[in-house]
Design a protein around this ligand. Structure first.
Ligand SMILES: [Zn+2]
Length: 236
């Protein structure tokens, strides 16, 4: 933890920023934590695929909002760029040419390259970016995950996340699907949603959409989904 700020709002009296670890090329993987640690923990990640800049920009727009005002009773860990080397080089994979969203240690992980676009790495969880994510995961129980990507618009659901998926659908009109049509061993949806039972929404933002439109359309949708989580997770 390199910084800690206090303000007067009881919901938002906790903010910290820190590095989760280093990328393959030694860049810090920045994380920002909003809301007290005793609130239900929610992860929001962008930039697992460095060339999917829409999710990165959306995550940074949340950061810009939440450093001014954060009211949710959620311990939100925002990681705008899980793959900072990929963001820098505009590549899907990390600097070791591994698809981070195929490299997590799931039961169905395989070293077999099912598609040349999605190289899974030599061993499950081999990549420093995923090791940093797993360290965070193991430190404190996570109750929900938003993973921000871009492709054809889609709300991909794994684990218990139907209320929030429906809210995103109401705002965005994107289809809600539990599968994307092909297996994704080593993905965050499989790891967190299917295997750990943690509600995980992989939000596919419309690829190529103007960034101002990404923010205008998707930020209010995510706010509403966080509002729903605030009520739902704090009731349990
Ligand atoms: Zn992606």
């Amino acid at each position: 933890m390199i910084q800690s700020l206090q303000n007067n709002n009881s919901h938002s009296s906790h903010f910290s920023s820190y590095s989760l670890g280093l990328s393959a090329q030694g860049q810090p993987i920045k994380a920002f934590e909003f809301g007290a640690p005793h609130f239900p923990r929610v992860l929001c990640l962008g930039g697992a695929h460095g060339d999917e800049i829409e999710g990165v920009c959306l995550a940074w727009s949340l950061w810009e909002e939440f450093i001014k005002n954060y009211l949710f009773r959620l311990n939100l860990v925002l990681i705008p760029e899980l793959n900072p080397d990929g963001v820098l080089y505009k590549t899907r994979c990390n600097a070791n040419n591994v698809d981070l969203n195929r490299n997590l240690p799931t039961a169905d992980w395989t070293a077999q390259v099912l598609n040349p676009r999605y190289p899974p790495g030599t061993t499950a969880g081999s990549e420093p970016e995923n090791q940093a994510l797993l360290k965070l995961w193991n430190k404190h129980p996570v109750q929900f995950v938003f993973s921000l990507h871009s492709w054809n618009p889609l709300i991909n659901t794994n684990g218990p996340c139907e209320p929030e998926a429906q809210i995103l659908h109401q705002f965005l009109g994107s289809p809600v699907e539990a599968t994307i049509g092909y297996p994704t061993p080593g993905s965050l949806g499989s790891f967190a949603g299917l295997e750990k039972g943690v509600g995980t929404i992989t939000l596919e933002i419309q690829r190529g959409l103007k960034i101002s439109e990404v923010i205008a359309q998707y930020k209010p949708a995510l706010f509403a989904a966080l509002q729903s989580l605030d009520q739902r997770l704090n009731k349990e």
